[in-house]
Design a protein around this ligand. Structure first.
Ligand SMILES: CC1=C(CCC(=O)O)c2cc3nc(cc4[nH]c(cc5[nH]c(cc1n2)c(C)c5CCC(=O)O)c(CCC(=O)O)c4C)C(CCC(=O)O)=C3C
Ligand SMILES: [Fe+2]
Length: 377
């Protein structure tokens, strides 16, 4: 019997990136990620090495298993009877297999939680394309009419307290790890995944944002929020900046800058006594955090003699999990025609529930689900 508070939804689907779980998985995983995306061979070999450094194991799947378990426990503790499933874009459990299982279980109205908090092609539309691909595979297998689930995607949660509060606390904890004599004047470097500037400029409903589109505007909003809260807690206004990491693609194509390592060098040169790196672009400590920040950027800081620490991502923090529950209940109420309170911090306000037509466009248009231009019901 579906839960009344979650109605019309009868399932939540955790949708993530996926990662290799051993050395033999690395190359096929990278082939899945980069199919048709024009990434230079040298970059792929380099990224393969990052995984081999950790025995070919990305921590992302274990982190999603922990999030899945935490969501189920939170729902149960709060008397919310809503099953939670998990599927990935690039590795097992594959999204299509999970959706097939959901069809077999009779799920018809699915709400999707993607492990990306912001707008952008890579963080939003690409997941919607993956949903469309999975739905059309099922259609090809004869699933039709009511049996084919209708999928919706949760609004971007970057500015929800469930995301902002644990991140802020993480920064306060990270400051405590710095030597006392540099703590007070430490700078804050908010970091996220670099994307091509062309993808940034067209992210979100473009009319609403300037250069860098919704992607940059949303990150700046969160960065400012966290910097203000940290200033309030510590009584010190610290210099802060939004910087980027994990650049990929061909060198002649412009991507968002500055890179975290260049930024550390620049800060060191201009006399910053220490830096806290805050991975606001990511939901868990997966490989981009473990390698690009904890390995590469911390090595850079050590080489410069610049004290640096990295703050925590939300992972399966109980406040994040509770925030997701609130967002699920909010969206369900909206779908029932109610006008629930849509909680959001910062200046941008709550993000749209339904991506408008052309939101975060792909280089080459492909069918996408869970948006106003969905090719499915
Ligand atoms: C915005 C964004 C997020 C954050 C939002 C989200 O989380 O979705 C993200 C997350 C992730 N990216 C990941 C891994 C990779 N991303 C790559 C490549 C790319 N990422 C891009 C963007 C993003 N990526 C882009 C524009 C490319 C270029 C190719 C393309 O246009 O598609 C490549 C190919 C090699 C390389 O070039 O680096 C790999 C291996 C993993 C898994 C980590 C693990 O295994 O623990 C995660 C969570
Ligand atoms: Fe990526």
């Amino acid at each position: 019997m579906p839960d009344e508070r979650a109605h019309p939804y009868d399932a939540l689907l955790l949708l993530s990136f996926g990662g290799p779980e051993g050395p033999d998985d690395v190359v096929p995983f990278l082939e899945n990620v980069t199919r048709g995306r024009g990434i230079p061979r040298e970059r792929l070999e380099e990224v393969g090495q990052h995984y081999f450094l950790f025995d070919g194991i990305s921590p992302i799947n274990a982190q999603n298993r922990a999030l899945l378990a935490a969501l189920r426990a939170d729902f149960q503790d709060n008397g919310l009877d809503l099953p939670v499933y998990w599927g990935n874009r690039n590795w097992a459990p594959y999204l299509t297999d999970t959706l097939r299982e959901m069809v077999a279980d009779g799920r018809r109205r699915v709400l999707v939680l993607a492990t990306s908090a912001y707008a952008s092609y890579s963080g939003c539309r690409q997941y919607r394309e993956n949903l469309a691909d999975a739905l059309s595979t099922l259609t090809g297998e004869g699933v039709a009419g009511e049996d084919l689930p209708r999928v919706d995607k949760l609004r971007h949660y970057f500015n929800h307290p469930g995301f902002v509060e644990p991140m802020t606390e993480g920064v306060l904890a990270a400051l405590e790890k710095l030597p006392a004599e540099v703590r007070r004047d430490a700078h804050l470097a908010f970091t996220t995944h670099s994307i091509p500037t062309a993808a940034a400029d067209t992210s979100g409903p473009v009319e609403a944002h300037g250069d860098g589109g919704a992607y940059v505007a949303q990150h700046l909003d969160v960065a400012r929020l966290i910097a203000d809260r940290v200033a309030r807690e510590t009584g010190v206004e610290r210099p802060w900046r939004l910087v980027y990491q994990s650049r990929s693609g061909a060198p002649h194509i412009p991507w968002l800058e500055p890179d975290i390592c260049d930024h550390l060098e620049e800060r060191h040169g201009s006399g910053a006594p220490a830096v806290v790196m805050i991975p606001i672009g990511f939901v868990s400590d997966h490989m981009e955090v473990l390698y690009d920040l904890d390995t590469e950027a911390l090595a850079k800081a050590a080489e410069l003699g610049l004290p640096a620490v990295r703050s925590a991502t939300v992972g399966a923090d109980p406040r994040f999990v509770a925030g997701i529950r609130e967002l699920v209940l909010e969206r369900a109420a909206t779908e029932r025609g109610a006008a629930p309170d849509r909680c959001a911090l910062g200046d941008l306000g709550p993000s749209h529930d339904l991506c408008p037509v052309g939101c975060c466009p792909a280089r080459a248009p492909r069918p996408a689900a869970a948006g106003a231009d969905s090719t499915f019901a």
